[in-house]
Write a protein that binds this ligand. Structure first.
Ligand SMILES: [Zn+2]
Length: 284
């Protein structure tokens, strides 16, 4: 495969490979954006590996996604898993009377040796209105407890809910390895999270033109707390904002972060790789 063309119509070309391989610590290989052709996991993994993204955490956050994740971690040495019920999924399942059966499935999936994180869980006040917040907060607390019982890492989704996420983590006691996925806070919140020992995962959003506050948060984050992710198929980095995202585009985010941090790319790659293995354990 040429490194300059993706072979898929409408997908951005592959960026230049990274000097040291890194981890995409949050991707949804099971999801396809509306209007897109499915992107087979074999292609996603191979295309990522070719540009130095040789490890991925696949996040299954509904029942179908969890089943996909368990299959993927068995078949691909490049893939580890995270499982949970997404904060927008919890109120839906509760309303349908299916929440406790779904929790049983998450618990069972969490026992898999290659499932290394519970996530994404947390709070989403953007998509879930006030009527769903109590059940969402209960769901968050349940997932924090499961993380501690299983000794896994925790991946948090926080959309427009910074204060309550930090409050509930403090009330419950955060697990040893806690990651704020797609970090969206400012420099003060980054400092607070770093002081608490959390990891901050930066997505393509950190490269957006209007993301100066997020770049200040990145600068505030100690190098040993920085992770990188796609949240594929969403949040595609510049200059491809709006296109479909996939793990092979992580080098664009990494290079943007290195510029912001005034670090050489290899130094940032090594840190991201080391931090990821500290959080999720070894891939092989
Ligand atoms: Zn996600």
């Amino acid at each position: 495969m040429s490194s300059r063309t993706s072979g898929r119509r409408g997908l951005p070309a592959s960026p230049d490979p990274l000097p040291i391989a890194v981890v995409d610590n949050h991707a949804h290989l099971d999801m396809t954006r509306e209007g897109d052709e499915p992107f087979p996991i074999e292609t996603a993994v191979a295309q990522a590996r070719a540009v130095g993204v040789d490890r991925i955490v696949q996040v299954g956050c509904d029942l179908d996604g969890i089943a996909f994740t368990l299959d993927a971690v068995d078949r691909f040495p490049e893939v580890l898993g995270a499982v949970a019920l997404h904060p927008n999924e919890v109120p839906r399942l509760a309303a349908a009377g299916r929440l406790s059966a779904a929790y049983d499935i998450v618990e069972q999936a969490a026992t898999h040796e290659r499932v290394r994180a519970i996530g994404e869980t947390g709070l989403d006040y953007f998509r879930t209105g006030p009527e769903g917040r109590a059940v969402q907060q209960d769901g968050f607390r349940w997932h924090i407890d499961l993380t501690k019982r299983t000794g896994k890492a925790l991946q948090i989704h926080d959309r427009d809910a910074h204060e309550d996420v930090l409050r509930i983590l403090a009330e419950e006691g955060a697990p040893d390895r806690t990651v704020l996925h797609c970090f969206s806070g400012d420099a003060a919140m980054a400092r607070e999270c770093a002081d608490r020992g959390y990891y901050l995962s930066f997505a393509g959003t950190v490269t957006f033109n209007n993301a100066a506050a997020l770049r200040e948060a990145l600068i505030e984050t100690p190098l040993d707390r920085i992770l990188v992710e796609t949240d594929a198929p969403y949040l595609t980095p510049m200059p491809h904002r709006g296109a479909t995202n996939a793990s092979y585009l992580v080098p664009l985010t990494i290079r943007g972060m290195a510029r912001t941090l005034n670090l050489d790319v290899a130094t940032l790659c090594q840190a991201v790789s080391d931090n990821s293995e500290r959080v999720y354990g070894p891939w092989s």
